[in-house]
Design a binder for this molecule. Structure first.
Ligand code: FE2
Length: 221
C-alpha cells in the first residue's frame, strides 16, 4: 500500500498575495510529491511497508527512509498550518499558554520569527506542546521533525528555500512576515486542545482529527 500525496486543503491561488500560486504548484506538486514518491520507493520491502507515516517517523532509524517519511509528514502538516483569510491571533487556552510561555503574543511572534529567519540552512520552526502542557518554539534542521519525539506540533513554518524563493527570493524574513498573515490558529488551537485519545491519532494520522475544519480533508491513509 503506498502513501498518497495529500491534496492541498485549498486552491493553489488561495494564499495569494502572500504565497503565490506558482510557489504552491512547485512546493506541493514538485517538492512535497518528491518526498512522497521517494518514501514509497524506499519503504518497499521494509517492515514499515504498511505503517502510517507517523509510525515510521517515530520508529525508523536515521537515514533516507526516515528523512523522506518526515518530510512527507512535515509538509502535510504545513499545508494545514496555513489558510486563506487566516493570520491574526489565537484566543482561548492556546493564547493563555502562549502568554504564559512568552509573556505576550508579540514576544512569541518575535521569538518565532527570529528562530525562523535565523535557522542556518534548511529546516522548520514549530510551536509545540510539551508533555507537561507547556509550549516551546523548536527549530529542526533539514528533515528532522518533532513528530519523532514526545512534543505535539501545533503549527509550523517551512523555512527551506523552496518555500519562498519564487515569491521573496532570498529574503526569508519577508517570507516569515507573510507566514503570519496565513497562520491558521484554529488548526493550532485544535491541536493544542486535542484529547489524550486523539494524541495518538494525531501522531499517526495528523490530518484525521475530530473537529477538523471543513477544509481539512481526511488523509487518504
Ligand atoms: Fe518544503
Amino acid at each position: 500500500m503506498s502513501y498518497e500525496l495529500p491534496k492541498l486543503p485549498y486552491a493553489y491561488d488561495a494564499l495569494e498575495p502572500h504565497m503565490s500560486k506558482e510557489t504552491l504548484q512547485y512546493h506541493h506538486d514538485k517538492h512535497h510529491r518528491a518526498y512522497v514518491d521517494k518514501f514509497n520507493k524506499l519503504v518497499q520491502g521494509t517492515k514499515f511497508e504498511a505503517s502510517p507515516l507517523g509510525y515510521v517517523v517515530k520508529h525508523a532509524d536515521k537515514g533516507p527512509l526516515l528523512n523522506n517519511a518526515a518530510q512527507a509528514l512535515n509538509h502535510a502538516f504545513f499545508w494545514h498550518s496555513l489558510g486563506p483569510d487566516r493570520g491574526g491571533e489565537p484566543d482561548g487556552p492556546l493564547m493563555d499558554a502562549i502568554k504564559k510561555a512568552n509573556g505576550s503574543f508579540a514576544d512569541f511572534k518575535k521569538d518565532f520569527s527570529e528562530k525562523a529567519a535565523g535557522l542556518f540552512g534548511s529546516g522548520w520552526v514549530w510551536l509545540v506542546k510539551n508533555p507537561d502542557g507547556g509550549l516551546d518554539i523548536l527549530q529542526t534542521a533539514n528533515g528532522d521533525t518533532p513528530f519523532s519525539g514526545e512534543s505535539r506540533p501545533l503549527i509550523c513554518c517551512d523555512v527551506w528555500e523552496h518555500a519562498y524563493y519564487i515569491d521573496y527570493r532570498n529574503d526569508r524574513a519577508k517570507y516569515v512576515e507573510a507566514f503570519w498573515k496565513l497562520a491558521d490558529w484554529e488548526f493550532a488551537q485544535d491541536n493544542f486542545t486535542a484529547g489524550a485519545d486523539e494524541e495518538q491519532r494525531s501522531t499517526t494520522h495528523p490530518m484525521q482529527r475530530k473537529g477538523q475544519h471543513p477544509h481539512h480533508p481526511p488523509s487518504p491513509r
